[in-house]
Design a protein around this ligand. Structure first.
Ligand SMILES: [Zn+2]
Length: 102
């Protein structure tokens, strides 16, 4: 992959820039120095699409466990994060929900 790209519109020199989506997913793109045309790498787009697919939501049920409640982690997530029984995770209370840190 070359770092130098030429604009398909005006043949101007394109500069490689980095930015991120509102979700904080970083990606690079090229902006033409002459006409301002912007292009995103096809591979990067695919990587972004892949990333968004993994941002899907899961529904989990709480079940009574002594005086506490147990959170049932869906099996897809167990696999993805390699959860094991008795593994300790960190729960961070946030304004709009709870964040689990592995
Ligand atoms: Zn251009």
């Amino acid at each position: 992959m070359t770092m130098e790209k030429t604009c398909s519109e005006c043949k101007g020199k394109m500069k490689r820039l980095e930015t991120e989506t509102s979700e904080g997913i970083g990606y690079t793109y090229f902006k033409c120095q002459a006409c301002g045309d912007e292009i995103v790498d096809k591979e990067q787009l695919q990587a972004l699409a892949e990333h968004y697919r993994t941002l899907k939501r899961y529904h989990a049920k709480l079940s009574k466990w002594g005086l506490s409640l147990g959170l049932r982690i869906p099996k897809d997530l167990v696999k993805q994060y390699h959860f094991k029984e008795d593994k300790e995770i960190i729960i961070i209370p946030e304004k709009d929900g709870l964040k689990l840190v592995v």
